[in-house]
Design a protein around this ligand. Structure first.
Ligand code: TRP
Length: 331
């Protein structure tokens, strides 16, 4: 067991799909086997774009149930809802005061909005709420509250972790050593899982394959993967094929080599290739899916797990917050 504290949050913005599984959920579940892990559903971070409480709550259950069903190590991992810990809202307010406004101006997602607005001839801040603008401060509060050493994230979140480090540095400089400096760890695969149309699998492209869809639906989706129009006889380039790419994330090395050969040799149609992919994915996910379905129809069980996680997370949050409060405001 490593001494390092791993922490990450997942936003409840959609039903988990195969891209989330490969890029985030699976690596986290694996990491929880040997590390003390804080794992939360970042519902507060969803608020700047999502305004339907039922939708947020539903996706929170789905994310939590997915992690539990996949075998998150419940001894090492503390699984909780971000919004259940009041100290995170409090810490964000305090961190506002050591965070330069210019740092927020440089955040990628804010800058992208400004560029879009400028190109459209709009006010630079059109459509920007303070939840978006101060998003990195809330994220710094998450990371610093639980004394994280390692923060595994997708490449798009790296800057946010660096900001958390910067903010911790500014704070320590003014008030003395209070926070540990966290390190981002970037999941290389996160950006590269192709969706049904070959572009990155993402809810915003409407090209996802749901992780725990019932078997029939999983099959239907996989059958809809877009391919070129090569005949069964023709040799195919596996490296250009979405079917082959997805297969690589579920099969072992021998199976992958065999499948590669079937593409190159010719004689296998895309229909057959899709059936092989479906059978592989289905066999890897079947047990977890059964557990996922059981949990989703026993919401009380998920609530109890999240409540227990919040209780354990709160112990650390209270200690850190007391330390910060003392540093800034005195006894
Ligand atoms: N912003 C992250 C995302 O969109 C989610 C998140 C919130 C997070 N708080 C965090 C990730 C703290 C790592 C650490 O994916």
């Amino acid at each position: 067991m490593s001494e390092k504290i791993v922490l990450t949050g997942i936003k409840p913005t959609g039903t988990p799909h195969l891209g989330n599984y490969v890029g985030a959920l699976k690596p986290l579940v694996d990491m929880s086997q040997n590390n003390r892990t804080f794992m939360f559903i970042a519902d507060l971070h969803a608020l700047n774009t999502m305004h339907d409480p039922h939708e947020i709550a539903e996706h929170t259950y789905e994310m939590a149930a997915s992690l539990i069903a996949m075998g998150l190590n419940m001894e090492n991992a503390i699984l909780f809802r971000q919004s259940d810990i009041v100290q995170v809202y409090q810490l964000a307010t305090l961190l506002n005061n050591v965070t330069p406004k210019g740092l927020m101006n440089r955040a990628h997602s804010y800058k992208a909005m400004v560029e879009k607005n400028t190109a459209a001839g709009e006010d630079i801040d059109a459509g920007v709420n303070m939840g978006l603008y101060t998003y990195p401060i809330l994220m710094a509060a998450d990371i610093l509250l639980y004394n994280s050493d390692i923060v595994p994230v997708g490449a798009d979140q790296k800057q946010h972790v660096e900001f958390a480090r910067d903010i911790a540095g500014y704070f320590n400089h003014i008030y003395g050593e209070t926070f540990k400096l966290p390190e981002p760890v970037i999941s290389e695969t996160a950006g590269t899982i192709p969706g049904l149309d070959g572009r990155k699998m993402s809810k915003s492209y409407d090209n996802t394959i749901p992780l725990f869809a019932p078997e029939g639906e999983l099959k239907k989706k996989i059958m809809r993967i877009i391919t070129d129009s090569k005949t069964p006889e023709e040799s195919k380039d596996p490296d250009e094929s979405t079917i082959f790419h997805l297969y690589c994330h579920f099969a072992n090395t021998d199976e992958i080599e065999n499948f590669r050969k079937m593409f190159v040799d010719g004689g296998m149609g895309y229909g057959t290739a899709k059936t092989i992919l479906f059978e592989k994915v289905n066999s890897v996910l079947a047990n977890a899916r059964t557990e996922y379905e059981r949990l989703m129809s026993n919401r009380g069980e998920i609530d109890a797990i999240l409540a227990d996680g919040a209780k354990r997370a709160r112990v650390v949050a209270e200690q850190t917050f007391a330390r910060v409060r003392r540093a800034m405001l005195g006894e």
